[in-house]
Design a protein around this ligand. Structure first.
Ligand code: GLU
Length: 442
């Protein structure tokens, strides 16, 4: 069988995380089966569909690396096709007109058979009572098809073999199967993916929850590979007792099996996404990460050499790309020394003063190449502690705070390495002045 699948988003909102997951699973199903992955834009709802939303969907899919095969199908350009099919259904007695609309008639010969049966690749054997399905509209009075008709016609024309979509469409499947029978179409395989829910098991809401791939994830500094890894595990698992949690798209293209998609709701856990994002950020080389940061945001004015050093020391602490600008302001602009205490809670004003003065002296004397190595700078500080018979907190702490004004930052040696001798000593001496002021006030 030549496997062909599709996603069929409606451009009535930005790319939704649920649609992104449906796209990923379809894409992976196509790739693992040497098949084709198609994209269809279901834009027959003229009042709610916009070009901007369509663009958001296309750029979002490309950003994730989910490139579709073949040309995009736009339903809005195929109104005549649907009209023809609707007319043929009327002619064959499968549909009728009422108040300007065309209705599909539940076939009378099915009345003594009470259920529509099909096997869902995720949920197993499904049975729907025919008595629950009443005649439904396939063509609206304004000449636009309903979703049910358009989806069935397009899946047939594009020779879709497997319909993999969200569980919210499960109850539509019997209607689609009835239409497929009436039209003499082949019935595709169906696979309905579990809902994505919040931690408290409520449905994710467009207004309240992070659901837009572009606005809530890409623009917040999440990486596409982290998103993919995260959404792949929303419903799918590698099976076979595997504990593997990191998957690149290429690895997923080998490992994915629709049989390993579970039927129970998938819980959206934001800290999991953060975990994956931090992992993929750490895996970047400083050069690659700097290039990506430049595309993502406007960085402060500085040389590439300086920026690279900043990236090197903060890389492992970032959760998102946007953390970079948030966490690094003090490298680019001398911070006011009021944000964090210069005296460690286990130290005293006098010992901190001695510690900081000794550090300045040692750093001033250190050979020039000390400033090229974080280890060498760390060694100078450690030696200072020993020589002055002080504690680490009397030296490392005031050095850190004088350089960054933060109590949580890269290590003092890393700060020295980034800022360089001139700027570091300037800030450290500023720290001395601040301590002197405290002495006078105390
Ligand atoms: N336009 C539908 C949606 O957005 C497509 C459903 C289907 O795949 O059949 O969910």
């Amino acid at each position: 069988m030549n496997i062909r699948v599709r996603i069929a988003p409606s451009p009535t909102g930005p790319l939704h995380i649920g649609t992104a997951r449906t796209a990923l699973f379809n894409y992976l199903f196509a790739r693992t089966n040497n098949g084709k992955f198609l994209l269809r834009i279901e834009d027959t709802d003229r009042t709610r569909s916009t070009e901007a939303f369509e663009k958001d969907i296309l750029t979002g899919l490309k950003w994730l690396g989910l490139q579709w095969d073949e040309e995009i199908v736009h339903q809005s350009k195929r109104l005549e096709v649907y009209q023809k099919v609707a007319d043929s259904l009327v002619k064959a007695g499968h549909a009728y007109q009422k108040e300007g609309a065309t209705y599909f008639r539940i076939p009378p010969h099915l009345e003594n058979r009470s259920t529509v049966l099909f096997t869902d690749l995720v949920r197993g054997a499904m049975a729907f009572e025919l008595k629950d399905i009443i005649d439904f509209v396939i063509m609206k009075s304004d000449g636009h098809p309903t979703y049910h008709l358009a989806v069935v016609v397009d899946d047939q024309e594009t020779r879709i073999t497997h319909v993999i979509r969200g569980e919210d469409h499960l109850t539509n499947a019997p209607k689609h199967i009835l239409l497929q029978h009436a039209l003499g179409y082949a019935v595709p395989y169906y696979a309905h993916l579990p809902l994505i829910v919040n931690k408290d098991r409520t449905k994710m809401s467009k207004r309240r929850d992070p659901v837009s791939v572009s606005r809530d994830f890409r623009d917040q500094g999440y990486l596409p590979e982290a998103m993919l890894n995260f959404i792949a595990l929303l419903g799918w698992n590698p099976g076979g007792g595997s504990e593997q949690e990191f998957f690149t798209l290429a690895e997923l293209e080998k490992a994915f099996q629709i049989e390993h998609v579970g039927g129970s709701p998938s819980v959206f856990e934001p800290t999991r996404l953060d975990f994956f994002n931090a992992h993929y950020l750490r895996a970047r080389t400083p050069t690659a990460l700097l290039a990506q940061l430049k595309v993502f945001t406007k960085l402060p004015e500085a040389t590439d050499e300086f920026l690279l050093r900043v990236v090197t020391v903060v890389k492992d602490r970032l959760i998102t790309l946007s953390d970079f600008v948030r966490f690094t302001a003090y490298f680019f602009k001398t911070p006011p020394l009021t944000k964090a205490p210069l005296v460690f809670h286990k130290s005293t004003l006098a010992d901190s003063f001695r510690g900081l003065s000794a550090a300045i002296e040692a750093l001033e004397k250190a050979p020039a190449d000390t400033w090229e190595s974080i280890d060498a700078l760390n060694h100078v500080l450690a030696e200072t502690v020993k020589r002055a018979t002080l504690n680490n907190g009397d030296v490392f702490w005031p050095v850190r705070v004088a350089l960054s004004a933060e109590s949580a930052s890269p290590s003092p040696a890393e700060l020295l390495w980034v800022l360089g001798k001139i700027e570091s000593l300037k800030r450290l001496k500023e720290g001395i002045r601040a301590l002197e002021k405290q002495t006078r006030l105390g």
